[in-house]
Ligand binder design. Sequence first.
Ligand SMILES: *Cc1c(COP(=O)(O)O)cnc(C)c1O
Length: 477
Amino acid sequence: MGLSKKQRDLLQRLPGIDFILENAKDEPFFANIPKSVLVRSARSVVEDLRTDILNDDKEITDENPDLSLLLEKVKGSVKNIMQLNLKRTINATGIIVHTNLGRSLLPADAVENLSEIAGRYSNLEFDLSKGIRGSRYSAVEDILCEISGAEAAMVVNNNAAAVLLCLETIAKEKKVIVSRGELVEIGGSFRIPDVMAKSGGILKEVGTTNRTHLRDYEKAVDGDTCLLLKVHKSNYSIVGFTADVSLKELVELGGKYRIPVMEDLGSGTFIDFSKYGLFKEPTVQESVSTGADVVTFSGDKLLGGPQAGIIVGKRNIVDQIKQNPLTRALRIDKLTLAALESTIRLYRDPEKAIENIPTLRMLTLPIESIEKKGKILLDMLKKLKNSNMSIKLFKLSSRAGGGSLPLLELPSICVGIKINGMSVNAVEKHMRENTPPIIGRIEEDYFIMDLRTIQNDELSIVENALVGLGMMPKKAS
Ligand SMILES: *Cc1c(COP(=O)(O)O)cnc(C)c1O
């Protein structure tokens, strides 16, 4: 592609990085900016100019790039680079355990304990009663056994790691029987057949997608079978002409042939939500009391704690799992452990758990409370007297998210806004680029914010983000 004379001239006159650095010296703004950031910003600004020239951008004129304009651009880039990349975000999506937005919010107790442990030494692997080296699992093992009723417990980095570790320990080079209706794929790349392959276990699929019977499992049992695996259908549901084998039946079959039974619960919960008129999910306690030898579940889905993979079960199997050298690679860190211990302790009193664990509180939030929050926000926004803004309350539904309860729709209240003279996509972008970012959704031509997942103390942030929107001339960015 040939360049025009104008383009060649402009390219030749592009400022050098040194020229920018030299001129930046005189500006107080740059005084405390690390050199690496300044150089990176100057490079990216010059690179953008070069691209504009090569693309023959309409806005490029024959004149030299103005120095003060150039420095403004460098400032903008510096500001961007100096911001943290991982940012606190407002979840206005109504998806409670939103995988892209950090899944569960920690309870206050957990945050407090986490920050205490983070900045101090701790007895992470030190037995204070004996004065010798201890196990990092002991921080949560008793409380997990107390709440779940299991004989033994351990924790790893996440539930995907827990499943991998269990299979690698129990099933390496042996057969594991799984129903075809339970070969799940969780978002990302967690797929039961792939995890099985990585663990060295040999997957023996039985039954059909919609119907699997006990006799299918029994027919598949042979001398190489080392495990019966049940996987929670976390993010999908099979309806219609279906048949499933219960954990109880699998435990009986396992007993008959002396084969252990493992259940991957996925979400895992210690609370029977049906008692709150919500939904029926198998609880960890039920899996344990039904006789599963190993149960695995996540720390940060319905449990509402930090990212972790929890393994509870029979002592002999959990002990074998603890001996597996892979645990060193999958181990939980001390910050997670601190947050997990505090979160799980809250389950000693289920009422308290629901009140204090944000995920549970949002799941069980009565519609009246959401409506109240909606009216408060509506009033706040009306007081902005932005004649360009239409505001409306919508009755829509929230979701549990996190690949759990796919069919559950929780009735909710949303505030929708529309700005005269602005596309709904531009409004969405404006909110997403706010500090802190506000993530909602678009329905019809409204930007929709679900009040269930917006915390009470975040309403004013939403309000501030909307002050004067569409009223002022658009700032050049
Ligand atoms: C979510 C899920 C996993 C993976 O758990 P992470 O904590 O996300 O690693 C594994 N199995 C099932 C059934 C799940 O639902």
